[in-house]
Design a protein around this ligand. Structure first.
Ligand code: NAD
Length: 975
């Protein structure tokens, strides 16, 4: 606060404070009249602000509320979310919940009315016609509008078309209705000329289900026809269009679309910019430069940004630097600077290009800083538009009207169900400890605080150390950077320079030739003679860290190899290589700690110790579907435990295996300690596992081959020194349960990603879906949306950045999958059959199978029981969650499984009763990460070990222990 007091000396600070005080004085006047306090007087909101645990539970309940179809359901969820230990309930609610046990109907009705009322405060109506009264009232109070259409996440072309139709109808309805409204000169013109009455905010993610940050060109191509129709209608109806800014990954696409529209349309075009982005100042500069140089006039709505939790979570999950400022004052300071940069680009002469600024904020300091900057720059006050959200900040809006400022409300329209996400965002924003409105209206902060210069409030944050915070592995002094393991961050393909480097690597990578089969006997002789096991454990670990560094250096080239050999898409290939690097770094740290001998107890006269030793020669047999990750994981685990290792890769992906082995050799792993043994599984693989010199077999692949290896390993042969240790990771027939309380948007996209990512050729892939439908129609809705969403997946050359589905591994796989599809047509109802684009196979020389979805699949059918390993999904309907869970669990394979549900007790049941190796709740079921989601199945899916988990290495070594009597003639050393 002291810093802000010092500011009045500075010229611009003085002006901001001056304007701010006047604004605040008017706002206070309206507050005294009681405007805008209703929200904060609400008992539930009051309780939420007083108790963060209650707030989380309440908002989670509100989030799932629209899916609850009966009063019993509403009551049960209320009780599950709120009647929990540690949640302090407001008195009325506590009494209501207790009474509700007897009369759930009354309680449910009361709560439903409350949630609807809350939503009604922020959402003006289901559509433009329903909202006309609200809009007109605003107009009469001196408020223009921009309407925004709320809705489900757009997952298909059909849904994008439906949004387009809604946008067009909204334009027409608003143009028709507002034509007869009385003139409001303040709202209808600025210093540059007329301002349309009708203003429509667009979300590009609603207008295309094919936005791919990795391929902005293809994304824009998909958007263009719908945007052109909208722009033409806006021109015709004299309306303005404003593109909302959404997530950081889409920013490049949104900006490109906005500039294209602005340059080509006669309708006024605007775009939102977000000040919470660390790139904010550069974004403002680049738009200002474009407008000046192109001679076009572009509207910019400057906001702080509404996807804080999402962006922060995404960055944390991927290990990326956050694209957002870490603190609120930094965002606020950026906002003020951006406002000034944009105002400097205000067009001063007729015919000049430039920026029309709208400031979207409920923070009086931020708004007034922009107004003061305009004044100082000699930009007329009327050039700046104020924008605030419908249902919020009424005293500020009234103050703006008093001061003769042009104000526009951002007014969402839509149904309650899709509107809920918007409602929850507003609730979070209003109750946040950092909310300016809350500070003013609830905490009654003083003027000094409310108008404080954010620059004086910035406290440099200590650099974060995620590795230490997550502590996923031991930290080993002298190993790597001495910190615990963290996952290798995937490439962020929304960044142009990242894309360019990757594309160049793909372009220069040919498909490698097949090597001749290796000599099994020679490889075994070499391995058996190796002294690798005598290398100290820390040294072995250090070689893995060095190999990780080499893989990191060669990362794009390796991913390119995965693309051309295995047919993975960009992101899938990149993830495969990241995981390979992760295995090196993770096992290195685990092994260094594991191989330290440990003393057990502190007994006088007795020294008890235990330690681990290598087992001997390791045969590693890898599949083609994670050609970098799995081959590398099994190999490095065996190596770091001191076992001389022979890697037999899958024939389809020998090139990648050779590149991995090369990196390990270059890192310093001796050639006798690690050998590549290419060749067919049926001969080379079979001979290898049967040899008596092999002490340990690490196999990942199909159940059939796995069981064959198990039997072969169990047979003791002449000269065999010990029992062969076999580590088997086998197939899956994984199910996802979609509960009636699921978030349908998430369930559809999660099932699509899990079923069709890498063409369904992941052991973790979803191949069964069970939808809980009590009769509310979820089954039909889910299947329709899933089918349409699947149709939006573009099938193409895996080398192209925009391809979502590439080829299957080879012709044999294609034939096998097609056989299952033919069986499916006989046994079940074909819901969706995709098509491979004409000429694609000939052009790329690869084999493709388009996705297929079957419904009403019988439980005893081949489709429901066998692993298909391709883009084929079988769906069934269940009458209850318990039934769905039982069906999901009824399977010989037990690898992965998933549940989409917002019913806490159902998630708990799933944890206990869905006995798979890796269970995923409310997310896709593929993409396990080393150290975070140790991976491996039970039942017919494997021996229950977990690759990428803390105890995986135990299987690659042998424990020893020793007990020494240290008592000599009655003399015992100190313990
Ligand atoms: P696959 O069983 O056909 O081949 C796996 C490896 O075994 C290959 O290197 C192959 O050459 C070799 N092989 C084949 N016959 C052999 C024999 N008789 N003796 C010794 N080796 C032999 O499997 P795939 O098609 O490469 O991979 C797909 C399978 O792998 C799927 O079933 C999938 O679910 C499974 N998989 C499981 C996991 C997991 O972690 N559980 C991970 C990836 C893949």
């Amino acid at each position: 606060m002291s810093a802000s007091r010092a500011v009045p000396e500075a010229q611009d600070g003085y002006d901001t404070l001056h304007v701010g005080r006047r604004f605040l004085e008017r706002a206070r006047h309206h507050q005294r009249a009681g405007h805008g306090l209703r929200f904060y007087h609400d008992k539930l909101i009051g309780a939420a602000m007083a108790d963060p645990t209650f707030k989380v539970q309440l908002f989670r309940f509100i989030d799932c509320f629209p899916t609850l179809s009966t009063p019993q359901d509403v009551y049960a969820h209320l009780a599950e979310y709120l009647d929990q230990p540690g949640v302090r309930l407001p008195r009325g609610l506590e009494v209501g919940l207790r009474a509700g046990r007897l009369a759930p109907g009354a309680m449910a009705a009361a709560v439903s009315a409350e949630v609807r009322a809350m939503a009604g405060q922020f959402i003006a109506g289901a559509d433009a016609r329903a909202a006309l009264d609200v809009l007109r009232r605003g107009w009469d109070h001196g408020r223009a509008f921009s309407v925004d259409l709320l809705g489900e996440v757009c997952v298909s072309d059909a849904e994008a078309d439906a949004y387009l139709a809604r946008y067009l109808a909204t334009l027409d309805d608003l143009a028709d209705a507002t034509a007869a409204w009385p003139a409001r000169p303040l709202l209808e013109a600025d210093a540059l000329g007329p301002v349309p009455r009708v203003n429509l905010s667009l979300k590009l993610s609603a207008l295309s289900a094919r936005l791919r940050p990795a391929d902005p060109e293809a994304s824009l191509a998909d958007l263009r026809p719908r945007l052109a129709l909208l722009a033409a209608r806006a021109e015709e109806r004299g309306a303005a269009l404003n593109l909302d800014m959404e997530t950081a990954a889409l920013q490049e696409i949104v900006l490109a679309a906005a500039l294209e529209l602005c340059a080509s349309s006669r309708a006024p075009i605007g775009v939102a910019l977000q000040a919470y982005r660390t790139s904010g100042r550069d974004d403002a500069r680049s738009l200002a430069r474009w407008a000046r140089e192109s001679g076009h006039r572009l509207g910019v709505r400057l906001v702080k940004g509404a996807y804080w939790d999402y962006e922060t979570t995404l960055a944390e999950m991927n290990g990326w630097p956050s694209p957002l400022w870490p603190t609120k004052p930094e965002t606020d300071a950026c906002f003020e600077d951006m406002a000034r940069l944009l105002l400097e680009a205000w067009p001063r002469r007729p015919g000049d290009g430039g920026i029309r600024l709208a400031v979207g904020s409920h923070n009086v300091r931020s708004v007034c800083a922009a107004l003061a900057a305009a004044e100082e720059l000699g930009v007329p006050t009327g050039a700046v538009e104020l924008q605030m959200l419908h249902g919020m900040a009424d005293p500020l809006k009234a103050a703006a009207a008093d001061l003769g400022l042009r104000l526009r409300e951002y007014v969402p329209l839509g149904e309650l169900v899709p509107g809920m996400a918007y409602l929850v965002r507003r609730l979070l924003e209003n109750t946040s400890n950092e909310s300016w409105l809350r500070a003013d209206l609830v905490d009654h902060a003083g003027e000094d605080h409310l108008l404080a210069d954010p620059r004086g409030l910035i406290v440099p944050a200590a650099p974060a150390d995620p590795a230490a915070r997550h502590a996923l592995s031991p930290a080993v002094a002298g190993l790597g950077d001495g910190r615990p393991f963290t996952n290798e961050p995937p490439r962020d393909f929304s960044r142009a320079e990242v894309r360019a480097a990757f594309a160049a690597a793909v372009a220069r990578t040919p498909r490698p030739p097949q090597p001749p089969a290796g000599d099994v006997a020679a490889a075994l002789a070499t391995a058996a003679a190796s002294s690798w096991g005598e290398t100290p454990a820390l040294e072995r670990a250090a070689l893995l860290v060095r190999a990780a560094a080499l893989l990191r250096e060669r990362r794009d080239a390796l991913s390119a190899l995965v693309i051309v050999e295995a047919g993975k898409t960009w992101a899938e290939a990149d993830a495969d290589v990241c995981e390979a690097i992760d295995f090196c770094e993770y096992y290195a740290r685990c092994a260094a700690a594991l191989f330290e001998p440990r003393r057990l107890g502190r007994f006088t006269g007795e020294l008890d110790t235990t330690w681990y030793e290598p087992r001997g020669v390791a045969a590693v047999i890898a599949p083609w579907n994670f050609p970098a990750a799995i081959a590398c994981g099994m190999t490095t685990a065996a190596l770091v435990c001191g076992n001389a290792t022979i890697l037999k890769p899958a024939g389809q992906t020998t090139g990648i295996a050779a590149a991995l082995v090369d990196a390990l050799h270059h890192a310093g792993v001796p050639r006798d300690a690690l050998q590549l043994l290419p060749g067919p599984g049926a001969t080379v693989g079979a001979e290898l596992v049967r040899d008596p010199r092999v002490a340990i077999i690490a196999f990942t692949g199909s159940r059939k081959v796995g069981f064959d290896i198990l039997a072969a390993a169990g047979a003791m042969t002449e000269g065999q020194a010990g029992i062969k240790k076999t580590i088997l990771e086998l197939g899956g027939k994984n199910a996802i349960v979609v509960d009636s309380s699921a978030d349908l948007d998430e369930a559809v996209l999660g099932v699509r990603a899990s079923a069709f990512g890498y063409q369904g050729q992941k052991c973790s892939a979803c191949s069964r879906v069970i939808v809980v439908d009590h009769g509310a129609g979820l089954w039909e809705t889910f299947l329709r949306r899933l089918g349409e969403a699947t149709a939006a997946l573009s099938i193409g050359d895996a080398r192209d950045p925009g391809t979502m589905l590439g080829p299957v591994i080879d012709a044999a796989a294609k034939k096998k999958i097609e056989g299952y599809i033919a069986r499916g047509r006989d046994e079940a109802r074909l819901l969706y059959a995709g098509e491979v684009p004409d000429g694609l196979e000939a052009r790329t020389g690869r084999d493709y199978v388009a996705p297929h979805i079957f419904a009403d699949v019988p439980r005893d059918s081949v489709l429901w029981r066998e692993e298909i390993f391709g883009p084929v999904l079988a769906c069934r309907r269940a009458a209850s969650f318990a039934e769905a869970l039982a069906e999901a669990d009824e399977c010989a394979y037990r690898l992965t499984g998933g549940v989409y549900s917002r019913t806490p007790s159902h998630l708990e049941q799933a944890r206990r009763k869905f006995r798979v190796g890796n269970l995923y709740l409310n997310r896709a079921i593929t993409g396990a990460l080393v150290g975070r989601q140790p991976f491996g199945g039970l039942g017919h899916s494997g021996v229950g070990s977990k690759a990428g988990g803390a105890d995986y290495l135990l299987q690659f070594c042998e424990p020893r222990s020793c007990c020494e009597n240290t008592l000599r003639h009655g003399f015992a050393p100190e313990p």
